[in-house]
Design a protein around this ligand. Structure first.
Ligand code: GDP
Length: 195
C-alpha cells in the first residue's frame, strides 16, 4: 500500500467528537512513550503528523488522521503513565475502551510494545481485551533498532510467551529509525481494510 496523502482530521475525548462518516479506521494503542507517534509518522512518512515528545503522557486525546482519503488512522492516548492522578488514568482508560468497544468503523488494532521490555500487566490486559472483543489485531514491537538480531530472537519468545500470543496475530518488529517492519505492517493494514 502506498500512502500518498495524510492529514490531521480531528481530536476527540468522546464519541460525540469522532469524525462523522463511514471511512474504515485502524487504531494504534500502547503505553505512553512506546513510540506510537514515531510509528505513525514513519508509516505515513510525514515527520510532524503525530506529535512526538520525550514527555510521556502528553497525548491525552484520541487523534484521527485521514489517509489517502480512504481510511483513518486513530492514535489512542498512551496508557501506563505513572505520574498522573488516578482519576485521570481512569478517564483515559474509559476513553480508550469506549472507542475500541463501540466504534463500528474500526477494522483493526495495532498494539505497540517496546521490543526491549517484557509486556506489562496493562499490556497483557489490553491484549486480552482485544481478544475478548474479537478485534483484528497485530502486536508491533517498537524501537527494533535497539536490539541485535540475537537479542530480538530472544525477546520475541518472551513477548509471545508473556502474552500467550495467538497464532492469528502477527508480531512485527518495527523501527521508526530505520523503517524496518513498515511494509509488513502496511500489508497487515491493507488486509484489514479489504476484509
Ligand atoms: P509515544 O509517546 O508513544 O508517542 O512515543 P514517541 O513516538 O514520542 O517516542 C518516544 C521516544 O522514543 C522518543 O524519544 C523517540 O525518539 C523514541 N523512539 C520512538 N521510536 C523509536 C525507534 O524506532 N527507534 C529508536 N531508537 N527510538 C525511538
Amino acid at each position: 500500500m502506498k500512502i500518498v496523502a495524510a492529514e490531521f482530521l480531528t481530536s476527540a475525548v468522546n464519541p460525540g467528537g469522532y469524525p462523522p462518516g463511514d471511512l474504515p479506521e485502524i487504531a494504534f494503542v500502547g503505553r505512553s512513550n512506546v513510540g506510537k507517534s514515531s510509528l505513525i509518522n514513519r508509516l505515513v512518512n510525514r515527520k510532524g503528523l503525530a506529535r512526538t515528545s520525550s514527555t510521556p503522557g502528553r497525548t491525552q486525546l484520541i487523534n484521527f488522521f485521514k489517509i489517502n482519503d480512504r481510511f483513518i488512522m486513530v492514535d489512542l492516548p498512551g496508557y501506563g503513565y505513572a505520574r498522573v492522578p488516578e482519576e485521570v488514568k481512569a478517564r483515559w482508560g474509559k476513553m480508550i475502551e469506549g472507542y475500541l468497544k463501540n466504534r463500528e468503523n474500526l477494522r483493526g488494532v495495532c498494539l505497540l510494545l517496546d521490543c526491549r521490555h517484557t509486556p506489562t500487566a496493562q499490556d497483557i490486559q489490553m491484549y486480552r481485551w482485544l481478544q475478548y472483543y474479537r478485534l483484528p489485531a497485530a502486536v508491533v514491537a517498537t524501537k527494533a533498532d535497539k536490539l541485535s538480531n540475537n537479542q530480538w530472537a530472544k525477546q520475541q519468545s518472551v513477548i509471545k510467551k508473556t502474552l500467550s500470543l495467538a497464532p492469528e496475530h502477527s508480531l512485527i518488529a518495527f523501527s521508526a529509525e530505520t523503517g524496518r517492519g513498515r511494509d509488513e505492517l502496511l500489508d497487515v493494514i491493507k488486509d484489514w481494510l479489504q476484509a
